[in-house]
Design a protein around this ligand. Structure first.
Ligand SMILES: Cc1cc2nc3c(=O)[nH]c(=O)nc-3n(C[C@H](O)[C@H](O)[C@H](O)COP(=O)(O)OP(=O)(O)OC[C@H]3O[C@@H](n4cnc5c(N)ncnc54)[C@H](O)[C@@H]3O)c2cc1C
Length: 405
């Protein structure tokens, strides 16, 4: 069958969006008006979170059923089999409409689904890929453990084969979104006698299975985006293995590459020039825009945001050309967190004591959730120090870190 033309595709997308969503009102940001929330991590109550998850799923189903849910995916698993240019076209059209946030689906679609597609058995691909992309289920990433983060290969959760099943025991930590996830990608030790990277295996685990216990962790900004997850004799069907037995390190690397791409690639939102514009306006409002130190920090943040944007563009250009971006992803992740640190520092210089004492004034104390969210971003998806090691070793050709993997 001939591929749909871009014009026909764009026409169908516009028709669907006109029928199901409202045009986004022209966003005219005015200092002092509307929401002053600039938080990095979700700071929601359980009810707010449940409403957001439900709205995300409902919208995802409409989009999927109209043929725009998994535009680039293989047709046998529910995708549309179209080139990435169609995905970009749809995203650019949808951006003009108000649609529910899909952030609760980010880890599932950005990291777990590509790993299932690359390493899952046929039955697992059929069972979960369509359901993930249609928003019927949500997935989380069960990698980190209390003593294994940067040195992921040292993890201790065990999976032992028992007939047609694996039995999983252990504890994971910092699992974002486990509280609303239906499945998780878990890495377990399957052979403790092999060297640490070689005795691991990846699985898809049912988060509603008996023996799975999710306990929320409260972050210093007040919300609870992460969890501890305990596994006690959790039975996982043998066909839920990802990749080969003891081939879990390759599986984990697939997920981590996608994680770095999705975190580092996020140049907008709380990390981007929108935040800087708010800080420039704030400096004017508080009479701080003539301060030479504040002016210098604003210029420095702007320059570094531009540099990060061009590095991201380079990585995206490689992806579009069908190449694998390598060090660009580590550089992009590091630039993102360095820029967040610069913006947090600038916020502190402008606000002074207003950052720590809530006077009720619009757009002042609200910055405390931004500043307190930055350290988490410097740790998530590979810490700044680990990114420095990767860049040092793989880009600059420095000697290998004697402690690292
Ligand atoms: C916002 C957020 C979301 C997260 N979501 C998830 C999730 O959904 N699923 C999941 O599995 N995990 C998640 N994590 C966990 C995250 O992957 C780990 O926190 C991270 O890998 C670091 O591991 P760690 O906390 O054990 O720190 P450690 O690895 O113990 O590091 C402690 C310190 O030592 C430094 N260090 C460690 N090794 C080296 C080295 N070789 N050279 C130099 N310095 C080093 C680190 O940079 C850091 O400063 C999340 C974390 C955050 C903050």
């Amino acid at each position: 069958m001939d591929q749909i033309t871009q014009e026909a595709f764009a026409g169908a997308a516009t028709e669907f969006l006109d029928a199901y969503a409202k045009q986004r009102p022209a966003e005219r940001y005015v200092f002092g008006e509307g929401d002053d929330d600039v938080s990095i991590l979700a700071e929601q109550t359980e009810d707010e979170e449940a409403r957001e998850v439900s709205a995300a799923k409902t919208w995802a189903q409409s989009v999927f059923d109209a043929g725009f849910g998994w535009i680039t995916g293989p047709e046998e698993y529910g995708g549309r089999g179209l080139p990435a240019s169609y995905q970009r076209l749809y995203a650019s059209i949808e951006a003009a409409y108000s649609t529910p946030s899909q952030s609760c689906r980010g880890i599932g679609l950005g990291m777990v689904a590509p790993t299932i597609l690359a390493h899952g058995t046929e039955s697992v691909k059929e069972r979960y890929l369509r359901a993930l992309w249609r928003g019927e289920i949500i997935a989380c990433q069960l990698f980190s453990e209390p003593s294994s983060g940067s040195d992921l290969a040292s993890l201790q959760s065990r999976a032992v084969r028992d007939g047609d099943e694996w039995v999983v025991n252990g504890q994971k930590v910092w699992t974002s979104g486990a509280q609303y996830s239906d499945i998780g990608e878990i890495i377990c030790r399957t052979d403790p006698d092999l060297p640490k990277h070689k005795g691991l295996s990846g699985f898809v685990v049912d988060m509603h299975a008996p023996g799975v216990e999710v306990r929320p962790l409260r972050q210093m900004t007040g919300g609870a985006s992460f969890n501890e997850v305990f596994f006690t004799d959790v039975r996982v069907p043998a066909d839920h293995l990802l990749g080969d037995v003891n081939g879990g390190w390759t599986v984990a690397l697939t997920t981590l590459m996608n994680e770095r791409a999705s975190i580092g690639g996020g140049g907008g939102g709380t990390s981007g020039s929108g935040v800087l514009q708010r800080l420039v306006d704030l400096s004017r409002h508080l009479g701080r825009s003539d301060d030479p130190i504040v002016r210098q920090k604003i210029a420095n943040a702007w320059i570094n945001l531009q540099v990060a944007k061009y590095t991201n563009d380079r990585a995206l250009a490689k992806i579009r050309a069908g190449e694998l971006p390598g060090p660009e992803l580590s550089i992009a992740k590091l630039s993102l967190t360095e820029n967040l640190r610069r913006l947090a520092d600038l916020a502190g210089s402008i606000l002074g004591e207003r950052l720590v004492a809530d006077s009720g004034e619009w757009g002042t104390y609200a910055w405390s959730t931004f500043v307190l969210g930055v350290p988490g971003m410097r740790v998530a998806g590979g810490t700044d120090e680990v990114m420095h090691n990767i860049i040092g070793e793989r880009v600059l050709g420095l000697p290998k870190d004697p402690v690292g993997r």
